[in-house]
Unconditional design. Structure first.
Length: 127
């Protein structure tokens, strides 16, 4: 369990990973991260996004890579993504005036948003 201060008020963000069997034989396990954050009514749970099963590869950057952001368009930079890096897709969103954005998770578990311009479909030929 991780405790992180949310603001100068005595309020904490609590994050916990829960494991449960993904199949009846218990040969595969899956996890979900539940985060509790402050609100006017107290702590509210927020489930971690579940992968869609789709994977993308970073491309069209001329070798520069891309920025993983906390939110589409103007969110703070969370991580640098390298060209040809493979990511799990959690969600897709169209932002009027800014095009398509893809909510992704790295192999290390870092989540964020990347512009759809550099999120290429992963095919057997590309990886």
């Amino acid at each position: 369990m991780v405790l992180r201060p949310v603001s100068s008020v005595s309020c904490w963000r609590v994050s916990k990973v829960l494991l449960f069997p993904a199949d009846r034989m218990e040969t595969r396990w899956t996890s979900i991260r539940v985060t509790f954050s402050c609100s006017s009514t107290g702590l509210t749970p927020t489930a971690r996004a579940t992968p869609t099963g789709e994977r993308i590869i970073i491309g069209n950057t001329g070798g520069q890579g891309a920025v993983l952001r906390s939110d589409p368009v103007t969110g703070r930079a969370v991580a640098a993504l390298r060209e040809q890096q493979v990511l799990e897709v959690l969600e897709r969103r169209n932002v009027p005036g800014s095009g398509d954005w893809v909510h992704v998770r790295t192999i290390e578990g870092v989540e964020g948003w990347v512009t759809g311009l550099v999120a290429l479909p992963l095919t057997a030929a590309t990886h």
